[in-house]
Design a protein around this ligand. Structure first.
Ligand SMILES: [Zn+2]
Length: 411
């Protein structure tokens, strides 16, 4: 009897060890092999999304040959990384960086790799922003949801990107079209021709074209009305609320000399020229128009950038003095047009906080996720030839804009 009991005990103990051994194998963490190769961490001190690009910057302890990677057990994708002294960055301009439209469905750890020894550093998010989500723009009626998660396993913190198919929530949009001016604000005029009438007509046509192309588009105004610049549901509020990637503001220009004519696309001061140039080129190629002959604020043919001048800054400082509030800390690298500046959040250094009673507060100014905005001065209403184009070439101008937006979505 005792012998049988002893055999049973031995069998039971044996089974226990066999089963727990299997259990340990089953529970081995999916990324354990990757985590085993993480030898330290680096701090991320900038983490923003502008349009379709993710921008990340941080510090490294020792200069070396590093690259950012997206890594899982099957693959490792190298990400363009700028290393300068003790600093790493995904981009130089805000509309560069990691193109979130191009990520494949899956799950990736976001790491910094030391190419010299093949080891990794985890990224520690030291910014006030955590757990961002991003919906890709609508392509073939489909969207992906990208979630950035900060996780921890055995005291190793790491950043994970999860990309899954998910349709765009009702309140989210791909593109915003802003018909400039409206209502009592008629914009520029030439006789009985008023800018605000044509910005709305053009915007409506573009809305139709882009919607037919499968994009989810929202207009800042749908009728002849004056709309608020700041706040919920406003011209600058809508892009944030809609989590839109791209926003085009449609305008027609005016000059005293009447000799100025042609296309001008305005961008943020820290944008590269790429997409502004796409817009200018497509507009010039689709119409009988030309690049503007105006050289003020010009960067290259058709591409313009206006920043606060010394006298603009002085004017705002005087407002502050008179109004008894702290002046804004502005410099000549501040984008002038509120529409471009205030829709990009911290990317474009949005600053309207309401201290100046002349301008309302932008409640979204500290957002780390912003819309890539361009102000499109399609033609000069004050110029005789351009006015003819405005009246006769709506389809052609809209074609140029549509082509550009589709390029933005697909590239
Ligand atoms: Zn205008």
């Amino acid at each position: 009897m005792k012998k049988i009991l002893l055999v049973l005990i031995i069998i039971a103990v044996g089974c226990y060890f066999y089963m727990t051994r299997n259990k340990v194998e089953e529970e081995k963490f999916i990324y354990q092999d990757i985590l085993d190769n993480i030898i330290g961490s680096v701090d991320v001190n900038k983490y923003t999304i502008y349009g379709k690009h993710l921008n990340v910057e941080g510090d490294i302890k020792n200069p070396g040959d590093y690259t950012l990677v997206f890594k899982n057990n099957e693959e490792e994708k190298e990400i363009k990384t700028i290393i300068k002294d003790n600093h790493f960055a995904t981009n130089e301009y805000i509309n560069e960086g990691i193109n979130l439209e191009k990520l494949n469905i899956g799950e990736y750890l976001f790491l910094l790799k030391d190419k010299a020894n093949g080891k990794y550093y985890s990224l520690i998010n030291k910014t006030p922003y955590h757990d961002n989500i991003y919906y890709t723009m609508t392509k073939n009626n489909k969207n992906n949801l990208i979630t950035m998660k900060e996780e921890k396993k055995d005291n190793i913190e790491y950043w994970k990107m999860v990309i899954e198919e998910k349709s765009l929530p009702d309140e989210y949009y791909d593109v915003i079209i802003d018909p400039g001016h409206g209502g009592v604000d008629t914009g520029a005029s030439n006789g009985s021709y008023h800018e605000s009438k044509y910005t709305l007509e053009y915007a409506q046509k573009l809305y139709e074209e882009l919607t037919n192309a499968g994009l989810k588009v929202k207009m800042t105004r749908e009728k002849d009305e004056k709309i608020a610049h700041y706040g919920v549901g406003s011209r600058t509020g809508i892009p944030y609320e809609a989590k839109a990637k791209l926003m085009l503001s449609i305008h027609f220009n005016s000059s005293n000399g009447r000799a100025n004519r042609g296309v001008e696309i305005y961008k943020a001061f820290n944008d590269n020229n790429t997409f502004a140039k796409v817009l200018a080129d497509n507009l010039v190629n689709s119409t009988s128009s030309v690049y503007s002959n105006n050289t003020l604020h010009q960067v290259i043919d058709g591409v313009y950038m206006r920043v606060y001048s010394k006298s603009d800054i002085k004017g705002l400082a005087n407002d502050a003095k008179k109004g008894g509030f702290e002046p804004y800390q502005l410099d000549e690298n501040t984008t002038y047009y509120y529409f471009i500046r205030e829709t990009g959040g911290i990317n474009t250094k949005a600053f309207s906080d309401g201290r100046n009673p002349k301008y309302d507060a932008n409640p979204y100014r500290n957002s780390n996720q912003g819309t890539e905005g361009y102000l499109c001065e399609l033609a000069y209403i004050s110029n005789k030839e351009d006015l003819k184009r405005i009246l006769n070439e709506k389809e052609q101008f809209v074609e140029g804009l549509k082509k550009s937006v589709l390029q933005y979505v697909n590239e």
